[in-house]
Design a protein around this ligand. Sequence first.
Ligand SMILES: C[S@@+](CC[C@H](N)C(=O)[O-])C[C@H]1O[C@@H](n2cnc3c(N)ncnc32)[C@H](O)[C@@H]1O
Length: 246
Amino acid sequence: MPAYRSVPSLDLLGEQIRSMLEEPSTSHGLARALRAAAKEIEISRCHHASSRAWPNGRTDATPKKVQIGGGAHRIDGFFNIDAVPPADLLWDVREGIPLQDGGVQFMFSEHFLEHIDYPRSAKHYAREAHRVLTDGGRLVTGVPDAAYLLSHYPANPDLATEMVERWYSKRDCLGDINTFLDLINYLFRDQDDTPNYTPHLWAYDQEKLTHLFIEAGFRSVEPWTFDPKIANPKREWASVYVIATK
Ligand SMILES: C[S@@+](CC[C@H](N)C(=O)[O-])C[C@H]1O[C@@H](n2cnc3c(N)ncnc32)[C@H](O)[C@@H]1O
């Protein structure tokens, strides 16, 4: 007889986590880990709901333009794929891009890549983007520019103040961003422990993006000129964008 292991359902696990989070005796470190797990459970629930409809990981949709990880910044005329609502398709892109081979002409993502783990998920994503694009298809990727930040260290106080204002003025952590190194820490390892923010797991600059996409099979990677008709205007400052061509 095969040995069966009981696997708790996501719903049950989610409930257990919620009740542990309400428990005053749950320690700070455990609570942080549980909040992170609760986020993953939510992503997993959305992903499994979609993957039940598309069990082979390929939807019927055949969009020519796709945005990945757009969050609330949906782009007209694009098929928006994100792990959580609002999106046209809820999908955990770490599991792949749920589209057929070679049909997409233009793919766009900004401030998404730094939220997935490197190397496993980032490299898988780059290969998947290459797979779903047509020959000559293009992938635009924007991320916070680590080179920009590091090149200004140690920063003059005016620049530091502007950065804090632009990036963190709406956050609870605002009072704790006191030095330029705090900003660098945030770019590399944003671990904001509130439900609105997802962590930064890897930092990128133009060289790193180029290496990632060339390794995935793209034939060229060039700087992309910021276009606010597509990109989120609030991302222009201190970001780096590249366009990779298959
Ligand atoms: C910082 S937000 C950026 C949103 C938008 N691109 C912008 O610039 O305003 C990161 C987005 O990536 C999405 N995301 C993170 N991990 C994801 C994953 N594994 N699969 C799909 N989307 C993901 C999040 O849900 C979120 O919408």
